[in-house]
Design a protein around this ligand. Structure first.
Ligand SMILES: *Cc1c(COP(=O)(O)O)cnc(C)c1O
Length: 296
């Protein structure tokens, strides 16, 4: 089990620290490693030899599952949103990495993708691929939450605030469950949508948490030049790379909240760097097409 205790103080006269989960692995990074751990143990217990999951074109989860399959020797299958991507694999860093790692793909239209949790859709997958272990989009299920309960360690009790980015809510649920009641867990959703509160409540066993919904930058994978320059300045100053989908938005939010006096004086904040750096290449290709500045 990897444990990172060299949390870095991000500035001398403040109390902002970062837990560098992104250092776990380049592709099985941060929270995706945590979310897969107990699912893999379960898969091995069930003696199933294939793992199927779902994701978009640049998904960190797809990259992590593919890399995991390769390293532990199981067949992985990715159900990918967007039929047009079938002919774009070579132009897509995430998908070409996943393919090189041995992942098989099934590309589906956006409307079919919406049916992915239906019995009929899953039955179709069984007919096509045989027996498999299924992990939902984004990797969130109760075993994933259990893995994310290992992100915080007893040493982290001294923090007043614990911040993390939110996609499906699995990661923050694990963090909430292993936090101390006196700590406050703050989630920064990377997307718009009111369903998160409810999703997190399904897994979270405590109520010491809050979502701050002001920093999604217009929605999932939406960014602007202000966020890009924040990410680039952050790296220049602290030598820590941030991804544009999750950790960049969270850190932007934390910096903004600190400026606005959200955190009481003297409080200690821990930001969880959940990884996601594999997504930078794909984002830069999009930025290049739009003639926008790139993430360095
Ligand atoms: C997937 C991901 C998240 C979101 O995690 P959830 O458990 O879906 O909320 C956050 N950060 C990074 C870097 C991710 O890849």
């Amino acid at each position: 089990m990897l444990e990172f205790i060299d949390q870095r103080n991000l500035s001398i006269d403040s109390e902002l620290f970062m837990k560098p989960e992104y250092l776990i692995h380049k592709y099985i990074s941060g929270n995706k490693y945590r979310k897969l751990k107990y699912n893999l143990i379960q898969l091995k217990t069930l003696k199933v030899n294939a793992l199927i999951t779902f994701g978009g074109a640049y998904s960190n989860h797809i990259a992590a599952v593919a890399a995991t399959g390769k390293s532990v020797g199981i067949q992985t299958i990715g159900v990918i949103r967007g039929e047009e991507l079938e002919n774009e694999i070579m132009n897509n860093p995430t998908l070409s990495f996943a393919q090189k790692s041995g992942m098989k793909f099934k590309f589906v239209s956006r409307s079919n993708y919406r049916l992915k949790t239906s019995e009929a859709f899953i039955e179709g997958l069984r007919n096509e691929f045989g027996d498999f272990y299924l992990i939902p989009e984004g990797g969130t299920n109760s075993l994933a939450v259990k893995g994310c309960e290992e992100i915080l360690t007893p040493n982290d009790k001294s923090f007043d605030f614990i911040c993390c980015p939110v996609g499906t809510g699995g990661t923050i649920s694990g963090i909430i469950n292993s936090s101390h009641q006196n700590q406050k867990v703050i989630g920064f959703p990377a997307l718009k949508g009111g369903f998160l509160q409810e999703d997190i409540s399904k897994f979270a066993r405590q109520t010491n948490w809050e979502l701050i919904t002001d920093y999604h930058f217009g929605g999932y994978a939406k960014i602007n030049t202000e966020l890009i320059s924040f990410i680039n300045q952050f790296k220049a100053e602290y030598n820590i790379p941030l991804d544009p989908i999750y950790t960049g938005k969270m850190m932007y939010g934390i910096f903004d909240l600190r400026r606005k006096g959200y955190f009481p004086k003297g409080s200690k904040i821990l930001a969880i760097h959940t990884g996601g750096l594999q997504g930078i290449d794909g984002m830069n290709m999009k930025l290049k097409r739009k003639h926008l500045p790139l993430i360095i």
